[in-house]
Design a protein around this ligand. Structure first.
Ligand code: ARG
Length: 373
């Protein structure tokens, strides 16, 4: 690989790169927005079995998504980037790698990767630090490489930036519970929920595992979802790593896909957090009333506008609440999510609606597609 292909540092912007982000609501000045380039259809692996609906026409297929779908997703991602640029926010984009290549390590081999649309999943910014998550799917082992040109450039530009990576996981057979999905009808969410409600998730406790999108930040307090992509050792690792923070483990009941916190618990502004009405939150023992006792209100998200997920999207209809807060008064929301828009409007936010559903199959909605710098 020619070095230029991995490090095309052509960021032109007057905003200097200063890594500094503590929560989900302070005015956003600099952000990464993913791209759909070279994105691939995900292939099942020990941690996850994909079941695409028949009408999508991709069942049993693998390799790169059709160019036409990539182009449609990119036009919505580019629009998101432009909407923010027009408001004076610096927007950087990752550099896709060849995601069609297999992932091979001494412990496993997996036929292809996923892409670099959901920047949120990989990079966790806490204060002046950008931390690359371990990730917990084999397909996502090398995803950090797509962000390296950017993260390296921030490290070069900002003398106070801390650039770190969590221990690379093995992701061999020991990292997952053998036969977790066996004898289960994957389409029957009830079967998964009955295990997940007992905190019995697909990942084992062999090694620390977490995805960055399982964490949501409220200053000193960071909430981390324990589920399929983050195990208890991963939370323990985060607790020791961010030793000046308070790391709170949270679980959600009734969630057939306990993956990434940003469709279940979304901090809106100081004193206000949004929950998912279908997924009751379970706090750690002794912290059951943490929000209330600190004077925080929890509102439940409005119902999603769609009865079924976007055909090729493996996430739920609750991407409706996966909006991006630009500052404590402004949010960017998917335009067809009319109930969510209306609710945020009533809560006093200026709502910026944008189309985004064509980007969903590449890794989620607006919050997933971004990472704060
Ligand atoms: N598990 C969530 C749901 O389907 C999807 C979360 C996506 N978030 C992300 N950062 N990729 O409700």
């Amino acid at each position: 690989m020619k070095s230029g292909e991995y490090y095309p540092l052509k960021t032109k912007s007057s905003t200097p790169a200063i890594v500094n982000s503590w929560n989900e609501w302070d005015p956003l000045r600099h952000v990464i927005v993913g791209v759909a380039n070279q994105g691939c259809i995900p292939v099942s692996e020990p941690a996850i079995e994909y079941h695409f609906p028949e009408e999508g026409g991709i069942q049993g297929k693998s390799g790169q998504w059709p160019e036409e779908l990539i182009a449609r997703a990119n036009s919505e991602l580019d629009n998101l980037a432009n909407v923010m640029r027009k408001r004076g926010i610096r927007v950087d984009r990752p550099t896709a790698i060849n995601f069609s290549e297999p992932v091979t390590t001494p412990d496993f081999t997996h036929p292809s990767q996923i892409g670099c649309m959901p920047a949120r999943d990989v990079l966790l910014t806490v204060g002046n630090e950008i931390l690359e998550a371990t990730m917990s799917y084999r397909a996502r082992w090398f995803e950090y490489l797509a962000y390296r040109p950017l993260v390296q450039s921030y490290f070069d530009a900002d003398p106070n930036m801390r650039f770190s990576a969590a221990p690379k996981p093995r992701l061999g057979l020991d990292s997952y519970k053998a036969g977790y999905f066996d004898d289960m009808n994957i389409a029957d969410f009830g079967q998964i929920v009955s295990k997940a409600d007992n905190m019995d998730y697909v990942t084992s406790e062999f090694e620390p595992l977490f995805d960055a999108a399982d964490a949501t930040r409220c200053g000193k307090d960071i909430f981390v979802q324990h589920g399929f992509t983050t195990n208890l050792k991963g939370i323990d690792w985060l607790r020791r790593h961010f030793s000046n923070h308070r790391i709170h483990r949270v679980n959600f009941r009734n969630d057939p896909d306990p993956v990434h916190i940003d469709c279940s618990l979304v901090p809106l502004r100081p004193g206000l957090v949004m929950g998912n009405p279908n997924r009751p939150i379970v706090m750690e023992p002794g912290k059951e009333d943490l929000f209330q006792r600190n004077g925080w209100e929890m509102v439940m998200a409005a119902k999603p506008a769609h009865a079924k997920p976007q055909p090729l999207c493996y996430y739920s209809i609750w991407l409706s609440m996966n909006f991006l807060t630009l500052d404590p008064k402004t949010v960017i929301v998917e335009e067809t999510e009319v109930y969510q828009n209306e609710q945020l409007d009533k809560l006093g936010f200026e709502v910026i609606p944008i189309p985004f559903r064509n980007a969903y199959p590449f890794g989620g909605s607006i919050h997933c597609a971004t990472a704060d710098v």
